[in-house]
Design a protein around this ligand. Structure first.
Ligand code: ARG
Length: 452
């Protein structure tokens, strides 16, 4: 194990199994950038508080900025033997500038550092997700516009229900994505970055020094945190809670659930049985045994990933339950699920933005299904309502008509006026033909505000 941030109190070397078991470097190396920024801000605070000299500050600040540069250029390599990313960066600093680096850890704790890092990471990742949601929403809007003349059978219980426009179908996902985006934005707005909790009790440095030093250091770094105030409201709360992780995982799980439902419909629609759509070859995979196969694996993985997203949320919810305040090592386990969920959602949003515009619609197969007369039963019942019949009565009349049609294997469209009149004096062939038209049916629905 590389040099630790602790050890003076111990008379024995750590058992290697313990080192391996407690190490988090393989996961939290993702936080390198955020951690080094936290350190750059912290050293500015120490200078402001007079806890390091100007010379010491300059040395440490310069070395930290070199580390930052190496992270940004992709040259940064963690030492796998470091306990975590915080220790790794501290060790690198010591290797660069020697003993003076040890002053950096004045008035700070990894408990404080890790919260800062994870909050910073979450805020940035939120911004990425919002951009990707906006891209997918735009893709869906464009695609809906392209297919706005196409109608499909709408389903409830996966049974034919009523005709709907394909645009109406896709735009439902536009609405879901808008809410998903809002959830992420409002979560991002609640994230409050702070320094100064120490291990749990706060530090000896005045709030005003934190704010002054951090504001000017952020300016120098070109970091824009808006109206963010960096001082801690409550030091114990800041190092103890991971509600922000849970909120992120929950918002991401909801996005995953939406994308999974979309994936499922597209999978069903691309089956030989439905044949409503064809997915582009570039977004499918084949079978090693069956030469004819073209499988919707991308969509299946989007559906399958939902299990991981829910699992990630559950694991942190359960991990946090019952932890005594303040920091406990259990909380180290929040990062793997958090990183995993952000990655899954970013990947899914990216791939769907490319897959959707390439979907081919098989209108003839859809039109075949639109011939199903049951799709128009509700419209016919409503027609009777316009003639003064109570809806419950109309529902029963058309229910009987459908049953008669099915039992006698005679299409409603093929019934004579005499036969139709037995169900209602208002029914005749002309009106049936008019109502059993998907275009007419969709156009007759006036309650939907048009998006385009
Ligand atoms: N790697 C640790 C984590 O992610 C950092 C905090 C360690 N703090 C401590 N008191 N052991 O939670």
């Amino acid at each position: 194990m590389a040099k630790k941030l602790w050890g003076g109190r111990f008379s024995k070397k750590t058992n290697p199994l313990v080192e391996e078991f407690t190490s988090s470097i393989s996961v939290d190396k993702e936080l390198a950038f955020y951690d080094v920024i936290g350190s750059i801000l912290h050293i500015a605070v120490l200078k402001e508080a007079g806890l390091v000299s100007k010379v010491e500050y300059s040395k440490i600040d310069r070395a930290l900025k070199e580390i930052k540069k190496s992270i940004e250029s992709g040259n940064f390599k963690v030492d796998d033997k470091s306990e975590d990313i915080h220790s790794d960066i501290q060790n690198k600093l010591e290797n660069k500038i020697g003993k003076v680096a040890m002053k950096l850890h004045t008035a700070r704790s990894r408990n404080d550092q890790v919260v800062f890092d994870v909050k910073f990471y979450s805020g940035q990742s939120c911004a990425d997700v919002v951009t990707l949601i906006a891209e997918l929403a735009k893709t869906i809007l464009n695609f809906s516009n392209k297919v706005k003349k196409i109608n499909i059978p709408g389903y409830t219980h996966l049974q034919h229900a009523q005709p709907v426009s394909l645009a109406n179908y896709f735009l439902s996902y536009y609405e879901m994505l808008m809410r998903d985006g809002n959830r992420i934005v409002s979560f991002g707005d609640r994230i409050k970055l702070s320094l100064g909790s120490g291990a749990l009790a706060g530090t000896v440095i005045d709030v005003s020094k934190y704010n002054k030093a951090i504001t000017s250091a952020c300016k120098k770094l070109g970091l824009k945190f808006g109206e963010q105030i960096f001082s801690v409201d409550n030091s114990i709360d800041n190092v103890s809670d991971r509600d922000f992780v849970i909120e992120a995982l929950s918002a991401l799980a909801i996005i995953g659930m939406h994308l999974s439902r979309l994936a499922e419909d597209l999978i069903i629609w691309s089956t030989s049985e439905f044949g409503f759509i064809e997915l582009d070859d570039a977004f499918c995979t084949g079978s090693s045994l069956m030469p004819q196969k073209k499988n919707p694996d991308v969509l299946e993985l989007i559906r399958g990933n939902t299990g991981k997203l829910y699992g990630n949320l559950m694991s942190v919810l359960v991990m946090m339950k019952g932890l005594p305040l303040a920091y406990n090592r259990d909380m180290q386990l929040d990062k793997e699920p958090l990183f995993s969920s952000f990655k899954i959602i970013k990947d899914e949003l990216k791939i769907l933005s490319k897959l959707i515009p390439k979907i081919k619609i098989n209108e003839s197969n859809i039109n075949e299904q639109l011939k199903d007369e049951s799709l128009y039963a509700t419209d016919i019942a409503h027609y009777l309502v316009t003639k003064g019949i109570a809806f419950k009565e109309a529902h029963k009349i058309i229910g009987n008509l459908v049953r008669f049609s099915l039992n006698n294997k005679i299409k409603i469209k093929d019934m004579t006026n005499e036969q139709l009149n037995k169900f209602s004096q208002f029914l005749n062939q002309k009106i049936i033909n008019k109502l059993m038209d998907p275009v007419y049916s969709v156009k007759s629905k006036k309650s939907i505000r048009k998006k385009q």
